[in-house]
Design a protein around this ligand. Sequence first.
Ligand SMILES: [Zn+2]
Length: 215
Amino acid sequence: MKSPNFQPRPAGTKIDMLVIHYTGMQSAGAALERLCDPAAEVSAHYLIDEAGEVFALVDEENRAWHAGVSSWRGSGGVNSRSIGIELVNPGHEFGYRPFPAAQMTALADLAQGIVARWQIPARNVVGHSDVAPRRKQDPGELFDWYWLAQRGIGLWPRPGQPEGEATLLLAEYGYDTADPEAALVAFQRHFRPLSCDGVADAETLALLNGLVTLL
Ligand SMILES: [Zn+2]
C-alpha cells in the first residue's frame, strides 16, 4: 500500500526531524484510506497499527504531508525536512486510549533506524503538537516519550532549577511561542503529561531548565 500524496523534497534539503502523530480516526482502515486518498492531500511516511504492523506509505526520500502549518527552532517547512510517523489511535475526539506495547515496540524499532539513517538530532524528535501547539494535541499525554528516550530516541530532562522565564526557555528549546500558553501545554504533554494545565509551576520550570542544559 502506497500513498500518492507526496512530492520531491526541495533540492538540498537535509532530513533532520522526526515527527510523531496519532491518526485521530475511528479505525486503522479509515486512517489508511485517508492517508492514501489523493483528495485528502495528507500522508505520512509510515503508519503503525495497534498490533505493531508497520505500513510504509511514502519513501523517506520524498516529502510527505503530515505536519501542516508548523514551526520548530525558528523554521517553518517541517514537512520538507522531516519523516512523519502516524500511530493508529482514535485520539482525543473519538476515545483517546493508551498506545499498546506492540505498537510502541514497533515504533522504537522503526525510529531507531530512521534516526541513525539520517543522523537526526535528539532535540528534533518531536510530536505534532510540539511543532503546531495552537492547532494540534497529538500524539498527546498518553504517549510515553520517556520510554522512547530510554531507547535512544529523543531527549528526556533531569529536573534543573525551578527558575527563569518559561516562554524564553520554551523558545530556546524550539517551540513557537507566539501563543505562550499553547506552547507550555505542548511542552507539558510531552515532558510532564500528568498535568497539562499551561501553568508554569515549579516542576514545569525545573524540567524546562533541565532540558535546555542538554542542548
Ligand atoms: Zn498529527
